[in-house]
Design a protein around this ligand. Structure first.
Ligand SMILES: Cc1cc2nc3c(=O)[nH]c(=O)nc-3n(C[C@H](O)[C@H](O)[C@H](O)COP(=O)(O)OP(=O)(O)OC[C@H]3O[C@@H](n4cnc5c(N)ncnc54)[C@H](O)[C@@H]3O)c2cc1C
Length: 395
């Protein structure tokens, strides 16, 4: 038997958690459906240590939040303090530290627990949708229900796709944009037992990329190893090594590449001798995945010209961070101290069920704009906005 909710949010990553919280905050009864055993999405296991996009760029102090109440609440829980006091400046941008993927996931759970009208269905992906009428030729078709792997059926007035890869939209027959030349994927591992006293005076953050660059130039490592980074953790003798891999790399090839890189570092750098690989990211992380074709597609020009919109629902000032397989990492900054807006139309399908919205990294944007708006705080902000929009349609 089906259970009815006002709003169903699919995907409990950064955007989905905020979408569910926001919908509940505005009075809705919400179902939040997640394929994984816990909330947090990519950030839960992606070894990400910095939450980007919370503050405007170029400011001397991060006094102003770019986003709404929900994002601010989440970030306060995350750092157990005023995020403005914990922010760290790197060049033109401000970052908020994330202690670990587990801390991020627990924080998501804690935020959701403040809203008793949210029911979480975890480890139970959406596998099918039911439409009121066939999508073609009717432009008025709606999603009436989603079916979960367990066989449960959830009905709702509005559905929000926060799957990061337009999975719900695809199941519902909405038009999807699949990137032709996607950005480099991310992968990595955590190392323990390092002899940090054996590192050079510059530290492993310099030693590791330098060793990798030399190895790429001499043909020992693949081209993508050029973008390897290493960050020493607060835990004694531990560090995170992050790698770039070709888009579309298979899970087993990613694991082999990580193992090859680790063996290389053990041979090459005295600090790695006797160290052990502790955790490996479970699968390659896609910087670019299928996105919704929305009523409006945010463009590189919109981002770089700090464009504003009448139907704006969120702001973003993070630079375009393009991880190009051929040209490497390229940054494109907005005019100093400015931000652009994201219109509501980017969350609505141009061709698809009329009660479908989306948020997060899969909203409607070209490759370059997506390389800016995919940072965690902006994903959360679009999630928060989608939750509010959904309530306006549903209640
Ligand atoms: C390699 C890499 C490094 C990054 N580094 C940073 C960084 O340092 N700082 C930063 O701010 N941003 C970073 N980002 C960007 C940022 O982490 C992501 O863009 C953002 O977290 C995406 O959030 P999301 O909610 O849109 O999607 P996701 O985090 O992908 O969440 C989607 C959720 O939907 C679930 N799901 C999928 N299909 C279904 C289904 N059928 N049914 C139910 N649930 C489903 C998934 O299990 C997942 O939990 C990085 C991204 C990548 C790829």
């Amino acid at each position: 038997m089906a259970t009815h909710y006002d709003i169903a949010v699919v995907g409990a990553g950064a955007s989905g958690v905020l979408a569910a919280w926001s919908a509940a905050h505005h009075g809705a009864r919400v179902a939040l459906v997640e394929a994984a055993p816990a909330c947090g999405g990519i950030v839960r296991h992606g070894l990400q240590r910095w939450l980007c996009g919370l503050f405007p760029c170029d400011v001397s102090q991060p006094n102003e939040f770019l986003h709404g109440e929900g994002v601010e609440r989440f970030c306060r829980l995350l750092v157990r303090d005023d995020p403005r006091k914990q922010a760290v400046r790197r060049g033109r941008v401000w970052l908020l530290p994330i202690a670990s993927g587990k801390v991020f996931s627990d924080c998501a759970q804690a935020l959701l627990a403040t809203k008793p009208t949210i029911e979480l269905f975890s480890q139970d992906p959406v596998v099918a949708t039911t439409l009121s009428t066939p999508l073609n030729p009717s432009p008025h078709a709606k999603i009436t229900a989603v079916t979960l792997l367990s066989g449960k059926t959830l009905e709702a007035s509005v559905f929000i796709d926060c799957t990061g890869q337009a999975e719900l939209s695809r199941l519902a027959g909405a038009l999807i944009d699949t990137p032709h030349e996607p950005a480099l994927a991310g992968f990595g591992f955590e190392v323990e037992g390092l002899q940090l006293s054996e590192a050079s005076t510059f530290g492993l953050a310099i030693d590791v990329p330098k060793a990798c660059r030399i190895a790429v130039e001499s043909g020992v490592l693949e081209l993508e190893a050029h973008y390897t980074t290493c960050e020493v953790s607060e835990e004694s003798g531990c560090a995170w090594v992050r790698m770039a891999l070709p888009p579309g790399v298979r899970d087993d090839a990613a694991r082999s590449a990580a193992q090859a890189l680790f063996s290389f570092l053990q041979r090459q750098l005295p600090a790695f001798k006797g160290s052990r690989m502790r955790t490996l990211i479970p699968y390659p992380l896609l910087r670019e995945a299928p996105r919704l074709c929305g009523r409006y597609m945010l463009t590189e020009g919109d981002v770089l010209s700090a464009c504003t919109f009448e139907d704006a629902i969120a702001r973003n000032s993070w630079p375009i961070e393009r991880w190009d397989p051929e040209k490497g990492i390229r940054y494109g900054y907005l005019p100093e101290g400015q931000w652009h807006e994201i219109p509501a139309r980017c969350l609505q399908p141009v061709q698809g069920p009329s009660n479908l919205l989306c948020a997060g990294m899969m909203l409607s944007a070209d490759s370059s704009a997506q390389a800016s708006i995919r940072v965690i705080a902006t994903c959360m902000a679009t999630g928060e906005a989608a939750g509010k929009l959904a309530v306006q349609h549903a209640l």
